[in-house]
Each structure stands twice: as structure tokens, then as C-alpha cells.
Design a protein around this ligand. Structure first.
Ligand code: HEM
Length: 478
């Protein structure tokens, strides 16, 4: 019988040798963990790595092929999220689609996301995307030095308008402040630190999260803030539905469907939660990618020249693009893909977790393993992306890299639920900015160009560190 057989040989993928009890906790990197994990890959000669911390198995995946083999081909086993005690204490697993365990509630969330952000639905939002992008161009014209602030405004404004029909003019807007405050409190208290602890906070801050009085007060405050972040904007929508102006927002249309009946009793709550997660998942990631675009342009004048010549040829000089032009602008398209590759906004993806024991190429992968797809390392695979640190959109003009496009959105069943929307947002911003502005290195008072350090922040969502660049209109007409 099974029990009489010799236990199966257990062999984990290579990785740093664990110490007793604490495992590899001392080696788990805090700064730029994606670079450390890529280095481990070279040290241990493997694209799949294993580490252990406080009894938890951690699997790091550095290659797209392995990510496909496991997260896509074996999706039924690899689509859970790590169970983090703090998340449960804050009740976040019940409303946050991103962190939710695999199961019925998660499926309902994804179903709503799918309905409102499906590729063919996105065109309903084109008018809003165009209006908000125009406001962004105006802001750049009036106050180019504050471009990072404008990137934050446009990212928040687009999501808030589409989801709630709220008009946001700056990041000081009440609803943005409510959401940002809640997300900050959560990332500080729920996911302290900036690297592996973002993923698995129990690893590092063991004594401070141990449920004590202080923690419960913090948790209470945090719960209140997330409740407010969800309720304040949705109350505005409820009001609008009552006065008959609902259909101008996603949540308004969902509420209307709900009124017709035939939905589960908690459907309205689920809709409100999904709406708030569109902001939580969509705003900061978009800020990161738009800022990365500006950085790439300031550093690469020749890329900009090629983009301008395509825009001038296809649209005519100085004309703004519309979504109908997207298919006729392959080089702009390639810039969009290259922005996502050159600096993926979520370099370590969101960790997956396994629902059952598994074996891959002879390696043991126990149930409950935290799986970290190292997107950053995958976008540095020199066989697919030669000279990976160079921003070169041309690589996406040939077929070779075509299948490796947009790794930045993640894998399998947990792949980004807003990717079609993010794609439309980023594309229209990139195409519009390039049609109207030239982005160069800024000059100091002495007239010398100011050097730009290509540096990115740590943290689950990684941004370019603040930098200066000159953003000038291409012509006085512009
Ligand atoms: C540049 C923009 C964006 C990037 C790079 C990005 C990236 C990601 C990544 C890497 C994941 C994890 C995928 C995985 O676990 O395999 C994710 C999940 C998710 N994203 Fe995005 N995202 C972006 C924009 C958005 C937007 C605009 C929305 C909403 C409108 C959104 C909503 C979500 C949601 C709900 C999830 C959780 C999916 C799940 O766990 O089932 N994201 N995103």
C-alpha cells in the first residue's frame, strides 16, 4: 500500500542552503530583490529556485518558459495566492481581487472585471481616455516641470472617471486622497518593508505583527480607511443612479443591472469592491509605466525621431492620434511593448501559491508553496531580448519576440484583470505625447545637459526615481 512504500525522494530546486528553522530568511533581499533572484539563477545555474523561510517554501521562477509550464499549463494548481495572516486580520482577502484566495468569490470578481474590461468593451471608454489625455497634454504644456505629478493625475483621473464618473483634477482630490491613504496604510501595516516582505510580511517583522493591542488598533484604523475608500465614491454613484444619470459609469451600469434582480444578495457589495480594486490595481501601475515612458524618451532621442516620423507620415504633422490609428502605427505600438519590457511596473509579479503537491522536472513543489514569477528577470533573457538594458522598440517589430510580449501583466488565471484597459490608456498617452512634445534631457543654469540616472524604486510597484527632463511642444501650433 501507499504507506508501506519508501517515501518518495524529495528534492527541491537549487537555491541558497537553508539554515535550521529560519531557512533563508537572512538571505532574502530587501533592495531590488528581482536582481538578487536573477543573480541566484546564475549562481545556482537554474531558472527555477527554491528558498525556505520559517517553514514556508518559496519558488522563484526566472524564465518565461517555466512560468508558462507551471502558471499556465498547470493553472489549476498554481492560481492561489499566499495566505498571509495579516491580510486576513484586515479582512482584505474578502474584497481585494488581487490578494484573494482562488475560489468562488475570486471567480465572481474576475467575471465582473472580464465583463467591464473585455477587449471589445474598452472602446466604450475611448471618449473618456481621449478627454483625460487631452487634459494631461494641457498640464504638460502649462507646467512641464511637474510632469510626474501630471502622470499621477492622469492615471487617477482616467480610472475614477471610467469607474465612478468622477472628475479628478489633481492627486489632492478627496477621492484620490481617500484611496491613496487606505492603500498606503495597508502597504505600511499589512505589507511592511519593500521587498520579499511585501509578499510575505511574516518573514521579517515577526515580532511586530504578532497580534498585540497595538496591532489591533492599527488594523482597525486600516479597516476603516479601506471601507471609506470603497464607500465614498460608490455613494456618489448610488446618488446618481437614483436621479437617473447612472449609465455614465461602470459602477452605475452595474448597479442598474443589480436593480433588475436575479443576483446574489451580496452582489452590490461585490460590485463596489471590484470598482475600488480597479483603482487600487490600476492607478499606481499606470503611473509607473507612464513615468517609465518619459524616462525612456529623455534617454533615447533616436527612438523619438523614428516615432515622430511615423506619426507625421501616418497622421500628418501635429495631428493628434485616435484609437482608429492604432493599427497603422506599428512603431508606437512597439514603444508601448518596450516600455512594459524595459521596466515592468510589478517586477516580481504578484506571488502565486500552489493548491496541491506537484513535481516539475523531478523537483518537488509542495502544496502551499509561494511562487514568485520574476518578470524582471524574464524581460532580461538575452536569448529573447538581446542587449536587454537598451530601450529598443525595434525588437518588437520582428516576429522573434512576439510571443514574449507584455510579460508585465503576469500569467495564467491570475493574469492582470485590467490589461486591455491599461493597454488602451498607455497607448493613447504615449501616442498623444509624442505627437505634441519633444522630451529631452533638461539643461542646468549653465546650459549643460543634466545627467539622468536610470534608477527605479524598490517595492511591489516600482517607479523610476524622480528625474528632470525638458518637455517642449513640437511647434507653437501644438
Ligand atoms: C501598466 C499597468 C498594469 C500592470 C503592469 C499590471 C500588472 C499586473 C500584474 C503583474 C498582476 C499579477 C498577475 C499575476 O499574478 O500573474 C496584476 C493583477 C491584477 N491587475 Fe493589473 N496591471 C496594470 C494595470 C491594471 C489596471 C488598469 C487594472 C484595473 C482596471 C488592473 C487590475 C488588476 C487586478 C484586479 C489584478 C488581480 C488579478 C487576480 O489576482 O486574479 N491592473 N496586474
Amino acid at each position: 500500500s501507499y504507506h508501506l512504500r519508501r517515501p518518495r525522494q524529495v528534492s527541491f530546486p537549487p537555491g541558497p542552503k537553508p539554515y535550521p528553522i529560519i531557512g533563508n530568511i537572512l538571505e532574502l533581499p530587501l533592495g531590488k530583490p528581482w536582481e538578487t533572484y536573477a543573480r541566484w539563477g546564475r549562481i545556482y545555474g537554474s531558472d527555477i529556485l527554491h528558498a525556505q523561510a520559517l517553514g514556508n517554501h518559496i519558488l522563484i521562477i526566472n524564465s518565461h518558459k517555466i512560468a508558462k509550464d507551471l502558471l499556465e499549463r498547470r493553472a489549476q494548481a498554481y492560481s492561489d495566492r499566499p495566505h498571509i495572516p495579516m491580510i486576513e486580520l484586515l479582512d482584505w482577502q474578502n474584497f481585494n481581487t488581487v490578494l484573494m484566495p482562488y475560489g468562488g468569490l475570486w471567480r465572481r470578481h474576475r467575471h465582473i472585471f472580464q465583463r467591464v474590461f473585455r477587449r471589445d468593451i474598452i472602446q466604450d471608454y475611448h471618449p473618456i481616455l481621449l478627454t483625460k489625455t487631452n487634459e494631461f497634454l494641457q498640464n504638460l504644456l502649462v507646467n512641464p516641470d511637474d510632469f510626474i505629478l501630471h502622470c499621477r493625475t492622469v492615471s487617477a483621473a482616467i480610472v475614477m472617471k471610467v469607474v465612478y464618473n468622477l472628475d479628478i483634477k489633481s492627486p489632492d482630490d478627496r477621492y484620490v486622497v481617500l484611496a491613496e491613504r487606505a492603500l498606503l496604510a495597508a502597504s505600511e501595516n499589512l505589507l511592511p518593508g519593500s521587498s520579499i516582505v511585501n509578499i510575505f510580511p511574516a518573514l521579517r517583522h515577526l515580532p511586530s505583527w504578532f497580534p498585540g493591542c497595538r496591532f489591533h488598533r492599527v488594523a482597525e484604523a486600516c479597516r476603516k480607511m479601506t471601507l471609506e475608500m470603497r464607500q465614498a465614491p460608490s455613494n456618489v454613484v448610488k446618488q446618481a443612479v437614483r436621479s437617473g444619470q447612472s449609465s455614465s459609469s461602470i459602477l452605475g451600469r452595474l448597479f442598474e443591472e443589480c436593480k433588475k434582480g436575479g443576483k446574489p444578495a451580496d452582489e452590490e457589495k461585490v460590485m463596489i469592491d471590484v470598482a475600488s480594486i480597479a483603482y487600487a490595481g490600476g492607478a499606481d501601475t499606470t503611473v509607473s509605466s507612464v513615468t517609465t515612458f518619459f524616462l525612456a524618451m529623455a534617454l533615447n532621442p533616436t527612438v523619438q525621431e523614428r516615432a515622430l516620423s511615423e506619426l507625421d507620415r501616418v497622421l500628418g504633422p501635429g495631428c493628434l492620434p485616435t484609437f482608429e490609428d492604432r493599427a497603422s502605427l506599428p512603431y508606437i505600438e512597439a514603444i508601448y511593448h518596450e516600455v512594459l519590457r524595459w521596466h515592468p511596473a510589478v517586477p516580481l509579479c504578484v506571488p502565486h501559491a500552489t493548491l496541491e503537491d506537484d513535481v516539475y522536472e523531478g523537483w518537488t513543489i509542495p502544496k502551499g508553496t509561494v511562487v514568485i514569477p520574476n518578470i524582471w528577470a524574464m524581460t532580461r533573457d538575452e536569448d529573447i531580448f538581446p542587449d536587454p538594458e537598451t530601450f529598443r522598440p525595434e525588437r518588437f517589430l520582428s516576429d522573434t519576440a512576439i510571443l514574449e510580449k507584455d510579460l508585465a501583466y503576469g500569467f495564467g488565471r491570475r493574469v492582470c484583470a485590467g490589461s486591455n484597459f491599461a493597454s488602451a490608456t498607455l497607448w493613447i498617452i504615449i501616442a498623444s505625447v509624442l505627437s505634441k512634445f519633444t522630451i529631452t534631457r533638461a539643461r542646468g543654469l549653465d546650459g549643460q545637459e543634466i545627467d539622468i540616472a536610470t534608477e527605479f524604486t524598490d517595492g511591489a510597484i516600482s517607479h523610476p526615481k524622480p528625474f528632470k527632463c525638458a518637455i517642449q511642444p513640437r511647434s507653437t501650433k501644438a
